[in-house]
Design a protein around this ligand. Structure first.
Ligand SMILES: NC(=O)c1ccc[n+]([C@@H]2O[C@H](COP(=O)([O-])OP(=O)(O)OC[C@H]3O[C@@H](n4cnc5c(N)ncnc54)[C@H](OP(=O)(O)O)[C@@H]3O)[C@@H](O)[C@H]2O)c1
Length: 306
């Protein structure tokens, strides 16, 4: 199949592009002249690159020429924010532009990555833009698969693991510890995205996707502490409502706004059987990821003297 990947220089999109190349698809990527293509590894030599931007309709139409499907894995990055662009610009207008160009060029399939918890009830700019972009795809008349991934392992390496290591022996986590999630590797997500291009079971579906381990945040933190050799059991956290009150009283200190916390912190118990029946691939387990990632992050922190 001829596939355009938009977001091919990102974490999920690069894995989708590499997986599509491995599966024998002809892959083209829409990139900016500033995009770092390193994550694509050897696949760089096989992928055809077209320079453009989702907000530049002409470049989208150029990139979609001769394509049959598009994989969208984009988000409002820091770089986009520095340009003054908002969630509405990138995550809504950008995706709407892609849908319009895909309709014009007669594409057969759209595969899109959204996020767990996205729906009409959302109140934050980020999740509202994600929901409206999902709706634009669902109403496009083009076959689609929209993935709503639960937490991804890569975020554990970025946030949870270094925080547990830096906090050391403690039983108190600064966020909720009782919420369930079914985290997954972004590499497994990318494999499912490529499979969805041709898998009739994934046709016209909005799929909540996660791995086989349904765990609470406390269970995750305790697994990390165990791997790191920190004699700690997390038994205390703050509730979602307490977190919201804390951010309201001290907003400048928070990474998330109140609206983002409302949308982001959800207790989700996914039925993995649904995913397994559609894709039937073996997902990496949380424990196996942590065995590899905790020593790696620990070594990096030691090197940085943290
Ligand atoms: N992290 C998680 O745990 C998680 C969980 C659930 C859902 N998600 C969702 O998964 C999706 C992919 O996330 P990710 O972490 O892979 O993102 P990422 O690594 O930040 O990649 C974002 C990609 O979007 C591209 N992009 C941004 N603005 C663009 C524009 N105007 N025109 C063309 N390309 C543009 C970027 O290109 P450049 O390289 O040129 O900047 C980059 O390739 C996002 O929608 C995210 O919200 C993530």
């Amino acid at each position: 199949m001829n596939i355009l990947v938009i977001g091919a220089t990102g974490d999920v999109g690069s894995e989708a592009a590499k997986s599509a190349v491995k599966k024998g698809h002809r892959v083209r990527a829409l990139v900016r002249n500033t995009s770092n293509r390193d994550k694509l590894g050897e696949a760089k030599d096989t992928i055809e690159f077209v320079e453009g931007d989702m907000l530049d309709k002409a470049s989208l139409e150029r990139a979609l020429e001769g394509m049959e499907a598009v994989i969208i894995s984009i988000r409002l990055t820091e770089g986009e924010q520095k340009k003054g662009r908002t969630y509405q610009d990138v995550e809504l207008k950008g995706v709407t532009n892609i849908v319009e160009a895909a309709q014009k060029k007669g594409l057969r399939k759209i595969v899109h990555v959204s996020a767990s918890g996205v729906g009409p009830q959302c109140v934050s700019d980020m999740y509202k833009a994600k929901y409206q972009s999902e709706e634009a795809i669902r109403k496009s008349g083009i076959d689609y698969t929209i993935f709503q991934p639960s937490g991804m392992f890569k975020d554990f390496a970025f946030y949870h693991i270094p925080t547990v290591i830096k906090m050391g022996v403690t039983n108190k986590w600064p966020g909720p510890i009782d919420l369930h999630m079914s985290p997954l590797s972004h590499i497994d997500l990318a494999k499912c995205m490529v499979d969805a291009l041709t898998n009739p079971k994934a046709s016209k579906k909005t799929l909540e996707i996660g791995g086989p381990d349904c765990i609470t945040s406390a269970e995750l933190l305790n697994m990390i502490a165990g791997e790191a050799g920190i004699p700690t059991t997390y038994t205390e956290g703050v509730s979602k409502d307490q977190l919201i009150e804390m951010v309201k009283s001290n907003p400048q200190k928070s990474f998330f706004s109140v609206e983002m916390i409302k949308d982001f912190y959800n207790d989700k118990r996914l039925d993995f059987k649904i995913i397994d029946e559609i894709f039937g691939i073996e997902f990496q387990r949380v424990g196996d990821f942590l065995k590899e990632a905790v020593p790696r992050v620990k070594a990096a922190l030691t090197k940085q003297g943290k």
